[in-house]
Design a protein around this ligand. Structure first.
Ligand code: PLP
Length: 360
């Protein structure tokens, strides 16, 4: 059995031998009673990279975002975000259940909002309404197919927010993929936001963890709320060492993931019956739609799986491929060939791929 080419997510990476060695050798201490020295180093490093005063290591991107929301909003307040963003789509409505927040959704195009869409979104100071407090953006945008938000648009939206007394939070789970592709440093993106969340367990290849970055005061508040949410971790230096290793060794290779995604995107463009979503792949996520003449996305995913290529069906026509540290360029060549062959066979032999009523 050959190793599967796993393009389901960039979270599937396993720590390398060198990363494991760094983790095994990490200096540790109780990070709840005191400060774990390795966690401390990681927090300082990510704060420096994002140009913020301080950072907090947390178990997941979800916790990081949810604490971010609590920094800026109280129960009964409202935040504004794009309608397909992770905070709204994939965090179980935690903003409501954990923090009592309301959300105002703005529909983006592949995750991108135009600054003009924000005009008129702040509710009047009137006892009928909740208080609009925060704007959240996501860069790169996951459900938007790894889209890099246009830099000038981000700056304009955040200036508008601050001019109008709103705070700004960036879900930068894959900010470093945007950095690698755009050449714009993390701190330059981050300067527009009061708080920034970064994931180490995505393209950076660490096994666990995210960081929330902001002012010293915000991060002190975040530390209290991390404990309340059950995220106080004792000898967390063991996992922080993996994240630190990732920042020291894996930032440089992110452009390779982006290049591999370009190659998948090109194969999709050249394969009749497939349509590349938004006709582009900015970073390491590639989304495409499957023509009904080819069949259902879930049947295509099952056929790919039987030929050792793993990916996810994300909607009634949509499939997602994600490149990462643990897929080589040779495997990308293979995946391109297998995908093209399956789809071309289905079309030319009129053997439509059918089956399985999937849920997305
Ligand atoms: C993965 C992801 C998160 C959350 O990360 P978890 O560690 O899985 O909780 C947040 N935002 C975006 C855009 C993500 O892709």
């Amino acid at each position: 059995m050959t190793t599967p080419i796993d393009l389901r997510s960039d979270t599937v990476t396993k720590p390398s031998q060198q990363m494991r060695a760094a983790m095994a050798q990490a200096d540790v201490d109780d990070d709840v009673i005191d400060i774990d020295p390795t966690v401390d180093r990681l927090q300082k490093k990510i704060a420096q990279l994002t140009g913020k005063e301080a950072a907090l290591f947390v178990p997941s991107g979800t916790m990081s975002n949810q604490i971010g929301l609590r920094i800026h909003c109280r129960s009964g307040d409202e935040f504004i975000c794009e309608s397909q963003c992770h905070i709204y789509s994939y965090e179980q409505g935690a903003y409501a259940s954990l923090s009592g927040l309301a959300v105002q959704l703005l529909p983006g195009e592949d995750g991108v909002l135009d600054p003009s869409q924000f005009i008129g979104t702040i509710k009047a100071d009137n006892e009928h309404f909740c208080r609009t407090k925060l704007v959240c953006l996501e860069n790169t945008h996951n459900r938007g197919g790894g889209r890099i938000l246009p830099y000038d648009g981000v700056a304009e939206i955040c200036h508008w927010a601050h001019d109008n007394g709103l705070a700004t939070h960036l879900d930068g789970a894959r900010l470093f993929n945007a950095v690698a592709a755009s050449g714009i440093p993390a701190a330059q993106w981050a300067q527009h936001f009061d708080t920034v969340s970064i994931c180490f367990s995505k393209g950076l290849g660490a096994p666990v963890g995210s960081a929330l970055c902001g002012t010293t005061e915000m991060i002190a508040f975040a530390r209290r709320h991390r404990k309340m949410l059950g995220g106080g971790m004792r000898q967390a230096g063991i996992i922080a060492a993996g994240a630190l290793f990732a920042l020291e060794h894996n930032l440089e290779q992110l452009h390779i993931d982006n290049q591999n995604a370009q190659q998948l995107a090109q194969t999709i463009r050249e394969t009749e019956g497939l349509q590349l979503a938004g006709d582009r792949a900015d970073t390491n996520i590639v989304m495409f739609d499957v023509s009904s003449r080819v069949g259902s996305p879930s049947a295509l995913v099952a056929e790919l799986e039987s030929q050792n290529v793993r990916c996810l069906a994300l909607g009634p026509t949509r499939v997602r491929l994600v490149t990462h540290l643990d897929v080589s360029n040779t495997q990308i060549d293979q995946a391109c060939e297998i995908l093209n062959q399956i789809v071309t066979n289905a079309l030319t032999n009129d053997r439509k791929l059918t089956g399985s009523g999937a849920q997305y």
